[in-house]
Design a protein around this ligand. Structure first.
Ligand code: FE
Ligand code: FE
Ligand code: ZN
Length: 275
């Protein structure tokens, strides 16, 4: 089954996101768990969650992806910032528990000059303090572009975090195509080779979701500027090849391209039909 969707606003609640997803031809979607600055989130309305769960079952949705606020930094130099990240991650995971078949994606963080090893240690300790064997939600580390001191732009860094997990079965990876290319893995030139390298270092079994974004910048630029599919350096051909790649079969493919809903509907149509 091809599960393809896009990032949606959660402002009107869960069932509303399900309806919007259906209206653009999506059978998965992503949403922020709270506003990107990471402020307090209101508790999820159980009826709204149940309505979305029912709608997803009826329409054959795949797994959905909750995205943590991107300002969280569990490996900051500042203990207050690290504590805020831990509290927010833990609170999000509590609130996501009633959601059926849901991933929780987050940006590992920026070490801010402490060095990669220190960053990986902070992130691993934070996750081990939060992730419980009994939780339903699987937490995903997103592959990063390597802007500034971001942790997770090299597959080896993600592997190192995964290797330190006390509950490894509750952790996985979300591969962002713009970020991976910006990090220096040349997806446009050799998508097969990049996925083979991911398999060698991390293992394709750890890959649970994909962000499909074109990039405004060439491979290795470390910029993280998303483009619409076919309007960047990856090109439509790369997305057609990824869409048909056995390594990605059955995974939720989420667009985070600069689009309104009509643009998302068009890109979802491209991914579904144009092979
Ligand atoms: Fe992200
Ligand atoms: Fe992303
Ligand atoms: Zn990005």
């Amino acid at each position: 089954m091809l599960y393809v969707g896009c990032h949606l606003s959660s402002a009107k609640g869960f069932a509303a996101m399900g309806r919007t997803a259906l209206s653009v031809g999506a059978n998965t979607f992503q949403f922020f768990t709270r506003n990107p600055r990471g402020s307090r989130a209101k508790p999820a309305d159980p009826e709204d969650v149940a309505a979305l769960n029912a709608m997803r079952a009826e329409h054959g949705f795949g797994p959905i992806v909750a995205h943590a606020p991107y300002t969280l930094n569990p490996c900051s130099m500042d203990e207050r910032v690290r504590e805020f990240a831990r509290e927010t991650l833990a609170d999000d995971l509590r609130r996501l528990e009633p959601m059926a078949d849901c991933y929780y994606n987050f940006h590992p963080g920026s070490h801010g000059g402490q060095g990669m090893e220190a960053g990986i240690t902070w992130i691993s300790e934070a996750l081990n303090a939060i992730v419980r064997p009994e939780q339903r939600t699987v937490v995903l580390l997103e592959t990063m572009a390597g802007k500034g001191s971001e942790v997770g732009s090299r597959f080896e860094e993600l592997r190192e975090i995964l290797d330190r997990m006390a509950v490894p079965e509750k952790l996985g990876v979300c591969l962002d195509t713009c970020h991976v290319s910006d990090a220096g893995y040349d997806l446009a030139a050799d998508p097969d080779g990049v996925l083979t390298e991911f398999d060698r270092v991390v293992g394709l079994g750890r890959l649970r979701a994909v962000h499909l974004n074109d990039s405004r910048n060439p491979a290795g630029s470390h910029k993280d500027r998303h483009a619409r599919l076919g309007e960047g350096t990856l090109g439509l051909e790369t997305f057609y090849r990824l869409r048909a790649h056995p390594a990605l079969a059955g995974l939720p493919l989420i667009l985070e391209t600069p689009n309104e809903l009509d643009g998302y509907a068009r890109e979802i149509g491209l991914l579904r039909g144009n092979l």
